[in-house]
Design a protein. Structure first.
Length: 386
């Protein structure tokens, strides 16, 4: 700046030339603005390979530079971020930026490799992603079922299918360990198709066994499965394959995901409804947005998120909100299910407010079809003395 504008330009040109001269064939250098450059290195086989490149850049910049009759000694600070499955350009730049500030704080002419936890996360995602592919092919996926109890009849009227991964080394994994990775890619589509087919098969077995009183089978789907991937088509196929009556299948989609859906997804959801399969909004109350979409979507059931039920009786806001959500659901003519019921106290309050259905550890944990059998045998169908 002290040598004038054109001297500044000359410095930039020379720095860019030097950075370019130490990069490898497929690498890309660009100027973000001001004195910030970005270098993208594709095809590294490990994050460690970036270090010699950073070192070469530091050395190239450190050579004296002659501009406007002055000899300048420049330094740069470099922040390195490594990506993996799910990494976006935006996130890479943001992580690199953070690492650069750490490098700056650490002194002149240094580089810092982005947060180790991020690199570890990227590696975990790659491992999970590869593993999930194998899980599908090698039949390591399982479904467990959690009963949903009707509060008027006290009978089991539905079950929710929940996915598990029987990992060859890590044991039985819950969706929290892997579903985000599957959802970040199209992998959720074939996985979700497997879940639908498997759940429908089990639902059909229970339909045969319990007849008119058979529990509905509710299946979680991800927004990726809706719209372009023709959820209605997949639902129609699994109904035909399994023989499960449409009214005994239900589809759950979280409020967060529902709100992201576009026109084609909404048309797809209506097509699902037109097959006779009801739709539930999962984790209701966590979407942080207006509820006008409720008018446009073919929803039959509201599932009040566990986070509200958790605070019943102890947290004033949760208590008031749960009451209000039940009233809202009923005002819209919907069935209201409360999730995550763990105590008798919670159950009593929900009953008092006229909540239709409950689900939670108090009634039953999710279990394999086989382990759930005795529970169902006792609680499906008309109750004793009815
Ligand atoms: P979700 O649909 O809200 O499912 C309820 C979760 O709460 C389940 O966790 C269930 O085990 C747990 N839960 C039920 N009752 C209680 C309770 O009383 N207390 C507590 N603390 N937890 C309870 P899970 O099985 O780990 O599933 C987590 C999430 O993963 C699900 O949340 C759902 O969003 C997703 N998920 C599960 N299976 C599938 C699937 O097949 N496809 C897709 N796309 N997502 C799935
Ligand atoms: Ca659910
Ligand atoms: Ca839920």
């Amino acid at each position: 700046d002290s040598l004038g504008h054109s001297a500044g330009d000359e410095v930039l040109v020379e720095v860019a030339r030097r950075v370019g001269s130490v990069l490898r064939g497929g690498d890309l250098a660009a100027r973000l603005g001001g004195d910030e450059l970005v270098v993208a290195c594709a095809d590294l086989s490990s994050p460690a390979e970036v270090e010699p490149i950073a070192q070469r850049i530091l050395e190239a910049i450190a050579l004296p530079l002659l501009v406007a009759d002055h000899v300048l000694h420049l330094t740069v600070s470099i922040g390195v971020a490594t990506g993996g499955v799910g990494a976006t350009a935006l996130r890479l730049v943001r992580d690199a930026d953070r690492a650069m500030y750490r490098a700056k704080r650490g002194g002149k002419a240094r580089y810092e490799v982005g947060d180790d936890s991020l690199a570890a996360l990227a590696i975990r995602q790659i491992e999970v992603y590869d593993g999930l592919h194998r899980a599908l092919e090698e039949d390591q996926l399982r479904l467990v079922y959690q009963p949903v109890v009707d509060l008027v009849s006290d009978r089991v009227v539905a079950v929710e299918a929940l996915l598990r991964w029987e990992h060859p080394e890590r044991g039985l994994l819950a969706p929290g360990e892997f579903i985000d990775v599957a959802e970040s890619r199209e992998l959720i589509v074939p996985m979700g198709r497997w879940v639908l087919a498997q759940a429908a098969r089990q639902g059909a077995l229970w339909a045969e066994r319990y007849g008119d009183a058979a529990p509905q089978m509710w299946v979680n789907v991800s927004d990726r499965q809706v719209g372009r991937h023709d959820l209605a088509g997949a639902v129609r196929e699994v109904l035909e394959e399994s023989g499960l009556p449409a009214r005994l299948l239900g589809i759950e989609l979280t409020e967060r995901q529902l709100m992201r859906t576009g026109d084609s997804a909404r048309a797809d959801l209506r097509a699902v409804r037109d097959l006779g399969v009801p739709l539930a909004i999962d984790d209701f109350g966590t979407g942080h947005t207006g509820i006008e979409y409720l008018r446009e979507l073919p929803v039959a059931v509201l599932k009040i998120d566990r986070s509200f039920v958790e605070g019943l009786g102890t947290d004033r806001t949760s208590t008031a909100l749960t009451d209000a959500l039940i009233t809202l659901g009923h005002g819209l003519g919907l069935t209201v299910t409360a999730e995550g019921v763990e105590t008798e106290g919670q159950l009593a309050m929900l009953r008092g407010w006229g909540c239709d259905r409950v689900q939670g550890y108090l009634l039953s944990r999710p279990r394999s079809a086989e382990d759930l059998e005795p529970y169902l045998a006792e609680r499906v169908g008309p109750g004793p003395g009815r």
